[in-house]
Design a protein around this ligand. Structure first.
Ligand code: TLP
Length: 345
């Protein structure tokens, strides 16, 4: 059975153009800085995101971890949302590997952190307290609904964080979804932060990798930390080649994923067994809660959908997440709605 896989956009396989580029990629030893394809990808990424330099890393998690370790020392504190991927899904890496203390504040329903909450979380000078060094934002915000944070908010947050002498890191795993949503060049959302990670391996369809961008000094520190973590990948130009195709060919089409997610949300919201979370500024994700009258658990619904050829993920108790991407076409959206209708009766 060929599944309609809506569990995540991380499931995307490379496009034919990517396979071709990977097969003919020029490579070298990247630990010597000699992989021309990686160097080109890093330069392209930095230029597009409005930063001086870029660093190809194995994953979004690695990019975020390196960024926190480059900004903070042991015992320093990082402020982030309680729904942030860096807090919920990165295995506590900043604490485990960097001794960095995490201070969470609530993510608002629109994915933002309130500036007053950030301000209140910043530690004053006192021997009892850890020292605040960094704030992390996430755009698009995954657990709040795949929501694109507004430009004005991004600017205000950066001004506020910098005004307090702190650094701002952006987990921009899906920042190109946000840029396409707002119809702006990506640097409009990333140029004002001190560092940003974005993923090539999610909606942009590359098989592996993320890029961390920042100033030349920051990336020099990040390079050493990547080596410490075992992330120097040698002839990884075969992977970067797909990343270049991702940046050149896969960005503008993200609008199609957003349109299909809206069609899916609309179709599912007509079913009485589901309460679809309809939010402003959502991109390629649909979150739906099982209505109280549905006797099945989330795991049972996921299993029943699978027998209908649809893969969804449980994102919390009675909460399902569906993510559209390059390999989900209009027919897949219709079949998914029909499968839900059958399973929920
Ligand atoms: N998110 C994955 C899972 O880990 C939950 C998904 O399916 O959405 N930042 C954000 C905002 C992410 O959503 C993810 C992956 C990452 C970072 C980590 O990227 P990887 O998986 O490359 O380490």
């Amino acid at each position: 059975m060929t599944f309609i896989d809506l569990r995540s956009d991380t499931v995307t396989k490379p496009t034919p153009a990517m396979w071709k580029a990977m097969a003919s990629a020029e490579v070298g030893d990247d630990v010597y800085g000699e992989d021309p394809t990686i160097n080109r990808l890093q330069d392209m990424a930095a230029e597009q995101l409005g930063h001086e330099a870029g660093l190809f890393v194995a994953s979004g998690t690695m990019g975020n971890l390196i960024a926190v370790l480059a900004h903070c020392g042991r015992g320093d504190e990082v402020i982030m949302g309680n729904q942030a991927h860096t807090f919920v899904y990165e295995a506590g890496g900043v604490a485990a590997l960097g001794g960095v203390h995490t201070h969470t504040i609530p993510n608002q329903a629109d994915g933002t952190l309130q500036l007053e909450d950030i301000q209140a979380a910043i530690r004053s000078e006192n021997v009892h307290f850890p020292m605040t060094k960094l704030v992390v934002l996430e755009n698009t915000q995954n657990r709040c609904g795949g929501i694109a944070l507004p430009l004005a908010y991004s600017r205000e947050a950066a001004d506020m964080v910098h005004g307090n002498g702190l650094a701002l890191h952006l987990d921009g795993a899906r920042i190109f979804n946000a840029a396409v949503y707002w119809g702006v060049p990506v640097k409009a959302l990333t140029g004002m932060v001190d560092s940003v990670t974005f993923c090539l391996s999610k909606a942009l369809c590359a098989p592996v990798g993320s890029v961390l961008c920042g100033s030349k000094d920051f990336i020099a520190r990040a390079l050493r930390i990547r080596k410490q973590l075992g992330g120097g990948m040698r002839q990884a130009g075969v992977l970067a080649a797909a990343g270049i195709v991702a940046l050149e060919e896969m960005v503008d089409r993200l609008a199609e994923d957003h349109r299909r997610a809206a069609v899916l949300a609309d179709g599912l919201s007509k079913l009485s067994g589901l309460v679809v979370q309809k939010k402003e500024h959502s991109t390629n994700m649909v979150f739906a809660r099982l209505a109280d009258e549905v006797a099945l658990s989330d795991a049972e619904v996921v299993a029943a959908l699978k027998t209908e050829g649809v893969l969804a993920s449980a994102a919390g108790p009675r909460l399902l997440r569906l993510v559209t991407h390059y390999w989900i076409d209009d027919a897949a959206v219709s079949k998914t709605i029909a499968a839900f209708e059958k399973v929920l009766g």
